[in-house]
Design a protein around this ligand. Structure first.
Ligand code: FDA
Ligand code: NAD
Length: 427
């Protein structure tokens, strides 16, 4: 039993959706392309799951956030795929891959062959069990990676009105879910090991602002520690979280966001792996020239950082790396190496920030931290290599992005601090 395609996209997430759009815009024949996804739905904008999807009023629901609405492009519904002759093989897990035979084998034993493969398998949420804590499969403990997880989270939130939640992890999921829980009138305690939230990106001063804001919304922070165990009721629900120092935090539900692991497993030993991801060149091509990798699973050279290899876990990179791979496949002579400016963002409550570039070097903070109009530049070798801005407008965000792309010189620290965002809007 088997099917054959010219192009196969393995994974049906953000990158898959953007790759499909690029294939259709560049022109392929009906029946040439298929997407194989473990999920039961056509590709959608994953960021919606921790934002609009969790709202108590008028929440976002499919089909409203299918790709590629996140970049104001066409919305690809299942009908769109049918009309464009792209086969969606949904609810189907690929269990093994053979890069020499150019085949994938699904959980039902079907063999699907390709001439060109795009790996877009993304990542999975890390489980507490991987850190020696047992019981995170309890009925009221949530992880958040896909639509099924988000649906479950919504259902559990609905049973916890005016009650308590513990959020484990102070990264993106932790911060965005804590805000959503508060909006759903649930009291939140956040527990994480670092000295401040968003430790991978925020400086202590930036984190102070967000923590104070969250505290003003009633969120309680327990920092510098991790949980050691759960307490459960007789029906198996978690009733309290026990921390390493023995502190007991009673709770009605738990949300866990402790990072991800890229889904590289099918290709380990077959393709070169670097920094936890599948290593690709500037055309998103792996160590096997018929196979490309994009999105969270790919480790690619970032031109702006002197071609240092990075693996990014953000939606903009998934969208653009996917489109770039398709361009390299269909128009090889017209496609140069991927020239990507790393871009991260988040929106919580009425706050909104953007970050471009790299957070290395000396940090210069600016603006009014009390009024929520502030930012920071990261300066390395007298040049701006990273820029953060809270509460900016479109022109300002474009200006900080451009400043990082051009690595503008920032020698006079006092002047940069005084001018703040104006230092770059005049570039
Ligand atoms: P993605 O995870 O989107 O898709 C992978 C797909 O592959 C899934 O459909 C999966 O089921 C499938 N798959 C994996 N293994 C398979 C197998 N063996 N067989 C079949 N299918 C398989 N970023 C950002 O910049 N801003 C934001 O606001 C947010 N918000 C956000 C919220 C939430 C809740 C999450 C989980 C993530 C974000 N992100 C984000 C991160 C962003 O969503 C992420 O970087 C992209 O989804 C990555 O896209 P990919 O296509 O690489 O993976
Ligand atoms: P993360 O890497 O952002 O944060 C993980 C956090 O887990 C750390 O900050 C730390 O506080 C905590 N942690 C690590 N080990 C722990 C342990 N043993 N016990 C308790 N806490 C521990 O990962 P995440 O928040 O889980 O997000 C998952 C993925 O989703 C990431 O790829 C992220 O980029 C993506 N995401 C992005 C956005 C956005 O860009 N706005 C929003 C949501 C999710």
């Amino acid at each position: 039993m088997g099917r054959a395609f010219v192009y196969v996209i393995l994974g049906g997430g953000v990158a898959a959706g953007y790759a499909a759009l690029e294939f259709s815009q560049r022109g392929i024949a009906p029946g040439e392309l298929c997407i194989i996804s473990e999920e039961a739905t056509a590709p959608y904008e994953r960021p919606a799951l921790s934002k609009g999807f969790l709202l108590p009023e008028a929440p976002a629901r499919l089909p409203a956030f299918h790709t590629c609405v996140g970049s104001n492009d066409q919305r690809l519904t299942p009908k769109w795929y049918t009309e464009h002759g792209i086969e969606l093989i949904l609810g189907t897990q690929v269990k093994s891959a053979d890069v020499n035979r150019m085949t994938l084998t699904t959980a039902t034993g079907e063999t699907i062959s390709y001439k060109t493969l795009i790996i877009a398998t993304g990542a999975r949420a890390l489980k507490l069990e991987e850190f020696g804590v047992r019981g995170s499969d309890a009925e009221n403990v949530c992880y958040l990676r896909n639509l099924a997880d988000a649906t479950r989270l919504v259902n559990i939130m609905q049973t916890c009105n005016e009650e308590n939640a513990v959020v484990i992890g102070g990264g993106y999921i932790g911060m965005e879910c804590a805000a959503a829980l508060v909006t759903n009138r649930i009291k939140v305690t956040m527990v994480f090991p670092e000295a401040h939230c968003m430790a991978r990106l925020f400086t202590p001063k930036i984190a102070d602002f967000y923590e104070a804001y969250y505290e003003s919304k009633g969120v309680n922070f327990i920092k510098g520690t991790v949980l050691s165990s759960f307490e459960n009721s007789s029906d198996g629900k978690v009733t309290a979280v026990v921390l390493r120092d023995g502190t007991r935090v009673p709770t009605n539900m738990v949300v866990v966001g402790i990072g991800i692991r890229p889904n590289t497993g099918l290709f380990e030993g077959q393709l070169v792996i670097e920094k936890g991801g599948i290593k690709v060149n500037g055309r998103m091509q792996t160590s096997n020239s018929s196979i490309y990798a994009v999105g969270d699973v790919a480790t690619f050279p970032v031109k702006l950082f002197g071609n240092e290899f990075r693996r990014l876990e953000h939606v903009d990179s998934a969208r653009k790396s996917a489109r770039h791979a398709v361009s390299a496949i269909l128009s090889p002579d017209k496609t140069s190496d991927f020239d990507y400016l790393p871009f991260f963002y988040s929106r919580v409550f009425t706050l909104s920030w953007q970050f471009y570039g790299d957070n290395i070097g000396e940090v210069i903070h600016y603006g009014d931290f009390l009024a929520g109009r502030f930012g920071a530049y990261w300066v390395n070798k007298s040049r701006i290599v990273g820029a953060f801005l809270e509460g900016g407008n479109r022109e300002e965000y474009e200006a900080i992005a451009k400043a990082v792309k051009l690595k503008i010189v920032a020698q006079d620290k006092a002047e940069v601090e005084k001018l703040g965002v104006e230092f770059v809007t005049k570039v």
